[in-house]
Write a protein that binds this ligand. Sequence first.
Ligand code: GDP
Ligand code: IMO
Ligand code: MG
Length: 432
Amino acid sequence: MPCVVVVGVQWGDEGKGKVVDLLAEEADVIVRFQGGSNAGHTLVVGGEKFIFHLIPSGILRPNKRCVIGNGVVVDPEVLLEEIRSLKERGYLQDDSQLLVSEAAQVVMPYHKAIDKGREGRSSKPLGTTGRGIGPAYEDKVSRVGIRVGDLLHEEVLRGKLERALEEKNPYLVHVLGQRGLDLDPLLEEMLRYGESLRPYIVNTSCFLAEEIARGRRVLFEGAQGALLDVDHGTYPYVTSSNTVAGNACCGAGIGPTQIDFVLGVVKAYTTRVGGGPFPTELRDGTGDYLRERGGEYGATTGRPRRCGWFDAVAVRHAIRVNGTGGLALTKLDTLTGLDRLRICTAYRLHGELIEEFPSGAELLERCEPVYEEVEGWKEELTGRRSLLELPAAARNYVERLQELLGVPFYLISVGAEREETFFLKDPFSEGR
Ligand code: GDP
Ligand code: IMO
Ligand code: MG
């Protein structure tokens, strides 16, 4: 089936980049549809590491087209640096490999200043990535945003920037205690970015419609995860976009009837970066063990990720809101060396057992995890290439997760490298 959406079903950093790079071998087009450079998607190919913030994780595959859809908030400085670095490393030699929607919003320097300024002065910071994501989406919805296509039209851009600075500068200076921005240098900088991006800027919705009509395989790459979704996550400790599969349509300009399959990416334990409730968090030596073994440091900010046991309540919620048909299980190898493993199967809230993920951070903060314990294993898993090659305890863990989640695993990842993976089913062979 031609259109597959890949999304994170936890708090981000599930290994979406690795999974998309793998599946991209079979795809023709890879599309980002939401988020911005808050995302950090890591690929390890032949011992070389790549981190992508905006460019889809299919870009290392020759002859694949990569699309940044209208739903993304694009920081042109970050995008141009990614393009430069890829070209220097011998990739993206053909500019037609990358397409950027003319309707995508631009993350402006004042968005980043507002994001950082608010976080710095808040008594309860969200722990954002400081990439200007929230303020950029605010402007989009307020209908005062600047779109990528505007960067190509000096007069249009000047008018929009004048109006923006009239509001942003007093806010930056008087409310946030930051420096204001001058129109002329900002306009010049943005026009320069526009010129550099000109070869990539197109109507990506039209491009995708044609590709789909030709029967090409399209892979949609989610950023963040369902628990960071602005509607379905742990509000207000969320990002500012809909991260769920449904938004692949709005964020790429295709219709819901064109999506054939949703693959959720799930880590074999849980991590979270930034603030907000996290019922299965381990603030002890086991949490440190997972962080060190799993290299759990943010790909965008370098912050240590908070680590905890697998939370089946949260993932079941994420599976539902995404319409997830299958899962990719990642980082099973990180769990090696723990005597016993815990899986959260329900929460206790006000003395009652609940199996549904509560809506909003306030209730979730009060939830106590209810665990079942299973045996751990000592063997390294990185070289294993099938369920049968796994030690019995690891196989039992996978089977138990599958039972609790009610959705089949399509692939299992046992290391960061592309090859350190095995498939159980092929997501492109699935119908709705
Ligand atoms: P994303 O944001 O969902 O793409 O995930 P990140 O790239 O932020 O974080 C996942 C990290 O785990 C990256 O450093 C990957 O290279 C790494 N990784 C992915 N899959 C595996 C795996 O199965 N085992 C191990 N050990 N590392 C993995
Ligand atoms: P990928 O795509 C993990 C988190 C931030 C913060 C909250 C809001 O790599 O999985 P924002 O800057 O979006 O306003 O921050 O969301 N966050 C992520 N956490 N992975 C990500 O992306 C994230 N993108 C944002 O840490 O808690
Ligand atoms: Mg990441």
